[in-house]
Design a protein around this ligand. Sequence first.
Ligand code: GLU
Length: 549
Amino acid sequence: MLDRAVIDALFPADLPEPAYWEQQYPERSLPEGAQVTRFGPSPTGFVHIGGIYVATIDRSIAHATGGSYLVRVEDTDQSREVEGALDQFDRAFDYFDLRPDEGGEQGDYGPYRQSERERIYLTYARELLRQGKAYLCFATPEELADIRHRQEAAKLPTGYYGGWAIWRDRDAAEVRAKLDEGAPYVVRFRSEGRVDAKVSFTDAIRGRLEHEDNRNDVVIVKSSANAVRLPTYHFAHAVDDHLMRVSLVIRGEEWISSVPTHLQLFAALGFEVPTYAHIAPLMKQIPGGKRKLSKRKDPEAGVDFYIEQGYPAEAVLYYLRGLANGRLAETPLPEALAAPIRLDECGVAGPLVDLVKLDDISADHIATLTGEQILTAVRAWATRYDPDLVPVLDARREQALAALAVERDGVENPRKDLRKWSDFRRAYGFFFAELFQPVAADDEQLGGLDPRLVRAFAADFADRYQVLDDAQEWFGQIRALAAEHGFAPNAKEYKKNPDAYPGSIREASQVIRVALTGSTRSPDLFSVAGALGAEEVLRRVRAVAGAQS
Ligand code: GLU
């Protein structure tokens, strides 16, 4: 084993002892049962919706138990780091109201960024080296590749363990010689794990699990050739979750196989093991089965998809909570958002993300909002994703509210024509002269009616148009005019004798509908005309008639 003096010389002379950090980050005084949870995003430039899912669970449990929810930026893999990735997280956390209790500049257990915790990790790495529980490894990439090839050829488990761990039991003199040469090294953990041994542990979601033990001498501090000596995920997890006094580690199920390694590290460091809860991943239905939502293949895997499309955060959170605990999907939205998520109700199989379902939830939710609330949300969304819409909404606020009021205000079943804020243009854009494209008499949406007839019909409608307060009377104008222009009074008559008419009252009304809304489907025409105002109604109908507006 290396002399303590040789070990210590590898580290800054003023590096604190473990006791110092223990004192800096004392145990928390929290009520019985309070859980401290953490979310550990890596700034790789992509925020997965699964991250928001896990963070939602973290926050819910911490808050329900009177604990704390912290966010720790896991940026020890600096090769993967992407400029602006942290802003992206902030944006996502703001949007989904998942701001942590501790993180960034806030909280007593920081820094909450692993790249700023180098000295802490080094203290514990030095400690393990001093105790002989870790060692320096100078194996080159070529040597590691060679070990791997030989293991594969011999059909042995691959890894750096037992006799394959060529630096595990080297003489101190050899290690010193390498150090004198200035050769780069990593720090490896000296695992006590045996080949073929099993360990069992309890997972808060899955119950008792048994797994093959770790036998690998995993790297705990990356190459000394780097400017900053950073820990690996495994080591940082043990040190950080201990010193941040995290009691409950909620993370993706891909980490289950690492638990044996983590148990060994916690034991070697003398730390109490937190409770683990491994969450099943969000899945996607594909023909013949399901697979994990994929960052590469599925736009809906990225949190930006939901933000850019303008799904209301409440609807997405409600949906995610329902995926975590089926009970919450059956609970009305306001209560479900406030109700705690329970780990023992989280499934072991990954839940399916179904955008059709989310659309429904979102449309239902938006239908409960007032026009004012919708307008505020649409405007906030548009400032970033549809800037041209903002001045229109600002200049035509009354028009926007009148448009949103159609079949919404004061009705029992409000329209469900908005699933996300980006739907606003499609559903309501026609209410605004600035956004409306006038329609011509030969528009294909008019179902092939003779353009001359369309023009004449529209011209007459405009010439005789009366603003009437009663819906039936208002429609009476169309009815009378349709009869004059030879349309059948109803669909039945028309069907009986299709050659005798250009269409029925239905086709005649469609002329006015398409003229006013640019679409064959729209809210109630009478209400639309009311919201547009007579002047705009005439301008649009005259455009179809071919007249200058
Ligand atoms: N940074 C890790 C990840 O992105 C966090 C895993 C954990 O929560 O421990 O997967």
